[in-house]
Write a protein of this length. Sequence first.
Length: 446
Amino acid sequence: MKKIIFLFSLIFTIGTFSVNAQAGLNIYLDPKYGPDSLSRMECANNLSTMSEFMKLNLYDYALPPWRQVFNDCPGSSRNIYLYGVKIYKEKIEKEKDPALQQSLIDTLMLIYDKRIENFGQEGLVLGKKGIDLLKYRNDAISEVHDYLEKSVRLSGKNAEETVLVTYMQTSVVLFKAGKIQGQEVIDNYLVIADILNQKIASGGKDQTTTALMNVESVFAECGAGNCTDLINIFAPLFNQNTGDIELLKKITSLFEKRGCENSDLFASASENLYKLEPSSGASYNLARLYVIREEFVKAVEYYEKAIELEENPDEKATYLYQLAKLESSQSEQYASSRAHALEAARLKSGWGDPYILIGNLYAFSTIICNENEFQQRSIFWAAVDQYIKAKSVDTTTTAEANELISRYSQYFPNVEDAFFYGLQEGQEYTVGCWINEKTKVRTRSN
C-alpha cells in the first residue's frame, strides 16, 4: 500500500507543482497552507492526493493524506471537512465494535467543530452535525435538539428542510418525555412553519411543501398545548392582522386538527378566510363550524360550496360524505343523503364508509316506511346488502359491517311470512318506500 500511495503522491505532486507554477507561487506564500514554503508544499500535495483518491472512492487510501491536512493545515480547504465526513461515516457504518464506533462518532463530531472553527457557516454546519448525531446516537435527543435549535436560529430562512423537520420532531420527543413544556413546542412550531412558508413564498420546491406538511402533521398530533393555549397564542396574531391569509390558513388548519373548531377564533378566522379567498377548504371549515353550532341550513350551504369548489376527487368525496352524514339526521333528506354517499363512493374507490351510511339509512327507514310489518322487515334485506358491499370494497369496515349484519339479520321475515306473501328464499324482490331498490329474499329461523 505504501508503494501505491508513494506512486500516487509522486504523480499528484508533479501535477500540483505544474498547476501551481501556472497560477504563480501564491499557494506557497499563503500561511493557511502552513508556516513555511516546505510545509505549504507538503500540504498542497496531500490535498491533491486526498482529492484524487476521494474521486475514485478509495477512502482508505485517502485517509492518511486527509489526517495530515486535517492536523497540519486545517484552514487550507473546505474539502478537508466534506471528505472527512464521508470517510468517517463509512468507517462508522462498517465498524462492528461498539466502543470503536463511538470513538469514530466523536471524530465525526470533531470534524464538524473544526469546520466551523476554520470556515464558519455555523448555522449550516450545526444542522448537519445534529442530523448525523441523531443518526448515530439516537439516544442523544437533547444534545441533537440543542444543535438544531441553534442551527435554525442562526440560519433563519436559509435553514435546510431536513433540519427544520427534525427540529420539530425532537421538540415533540422532548415534550413527550417531559423535558420541555408545551409552550416551547408551540413556539418552535411557529418559527419552523414561518421559515418554511417564507421559502415556499420565494419559490420553494416541492420538498419544502412536503416538509411543511410533515411539520404540521407532527405538531398537530403531538398534544402540545390545549385549545386554550392555542387561542392565547394565535388570538393576538389574528387581532394584529385579520387579513393575513397564511395566518388564517394556519389557524383554521391547526384548530381543526386539534379539535378546537368550537371557538370564536376558529369561527372568525374561517369567515375571514372565506371572504378573502373563497375555497373548498374555507367552505368546509365553515360547514363544520355551523354543524357544531347546530345551524344546519348554513352548514349544508357551505358543504355544497366546498363540493363545488373542490377539484381533488378524494377531498370532494370527503365533503360529500360529510354532507350525507348531516342529511342522514333528517328523514326527509334520506334520498339526498344516499345520493351524496353514492357520489362519494364513486369518487373514492375502495371506501366502505358511504355504504355503511346507506345501510344505516335503510335500517332507520323502518320507522317511516311502515305500510305493514312485512314491508318493514324487508327493508333490512336492502340494509344488509349495503353492509356486505362495504366490506367487499373496504376491509377496514369488515368488523363494523359484520356487527351490523348480525344485528339486523335477526329482523328478517321468517319463512312463514315470506310464504304468506308468495315469496321464497333467493327470489328477487323490490323494496318499496323511498328506497325502491332490488334485493333478494332471505328468511330467518323462528
